[in-house]
Design a protein around this ligand. Sequence first.
Ligand SMILES: [Zn+2]
Length: 343
Amino acid sequence: MSLPSITFTGHAQKEAWQNKVLPPVEQICEDVWSVPVPFPGSPMRYTVSYLLVGDGDVVLIDPGWDSDAGLRLAGLGLSDLTGIVVTHYHSDHLGMAARLRAASGAWVALGDLEVRRLSACEDLDLVLHNDREKMTLWGVPAGRLSEVAMDKPTLVHLQDLADPDLRLTDGSLVPGRGLDLKVVTTPGHSPGHICMVDETHSLIFSGDHVLPRISPQIALELPGPPNPLADYYDSLDLIAFEDEMEVCPAHEYRFSGMQRRVAELVKHNRERSAEVLRVLDRHRAETVWDIARHLTWSRGWDSLQAVSLRLAVSETASHVVYLRSQGHEINVPVTEPRLGALR
Ligand SMILES: [Zn+2]
C-alpha cells in the first residue's frame, strides 16, 4: 500500500537541490530565515541553518559545517547573535558553533541527552583500538578495516567540537525573549537529538530526525544507546504533530505533512528489518558485514566506501539489535558487554 506523499513547500530549495546548487537565503516568515551552509564533500551538499529573531534575542539553529564560506553566509547580523541551538552533535550541525560563539559571544545549547562523543582527555589510541575491535566483531574483513574504522584526524576533530554552555530538557523552551521554541527530545539519529516546535509560526525544526527525501541513518554506536532504532520509532511518535505545520529540516527542503512523512519513515525501517530477516534466512549470514553485503543499497554494495560503508554496517547492526529486542533469535555477534555497557 502506498502512502499519501508529503507537500513540498521549500520550492526554491527543491529546485536548487535538483540543479545541484546551493539554495538561496530565504525569509520563511516575518522573524525566521533559512540559511544554507555548504557541507563540502558530502552528497547532502548543505546544512540548512535557521535564524530566528526575537525581542532583542537572535538565535541560530544548527550552524553547520565549519567553513569560511559557511561563516560568510551565516554572517548576517552575527554580532546580534545571542544563542546557538544545535539539534545534535554531528559535525555538519555543531561544526561551526565554536567559531560563531567566539565571534558573537552567543551561548551554545544541545539536548540534555546528547553525548559529547569525545572529551578532550580521552585516550585516542584506546578509542581507535576499541573501534577496530568492534568492526572486527561485526565481521569487517581485515583488508577493509583501515577504510572503515575511525582514524586519528576524525577523533581529533570530534574532540574539538564545541562544548555546550546549556543543556535543553524535553518540553522546555529555548531561552530567548520573544521566541516560542519548545524542545522535543527525539533520540535515534543520535543519542540526544532534539527537534523544536514553534507554535506561533506553525513551524517544526526537525534537524536530521525527519527529512523529506532520505531516511536518516540510525546507526549502532558502541559505546552508545543499546537500541537506537527502538528509540527512533518512539521519537517519530513524539514528533508526528499536525500535518499542516511546515517542517524545516536541516537538509534538503521544507515540506508539510509530518504525519505522512513519519508513516513513510516507519514503513521504510520496518521493510528494512524484514529484509534483514530474509537475508539471515537465505544466506545464513554469520556477521553484521555478511548481512549488510546481501542487503539492497541504492547505488549497490560495491559502491560503498569509507564513511558510507561504515554507516551501512552500523545501520545493519542497529536492525539486528532491534530485531533481537522484538524476540527474534539472531546468532550474529553485535555487542560485547564491555563495549555495549556504557550509557
Ligand atoms: Zn546532518
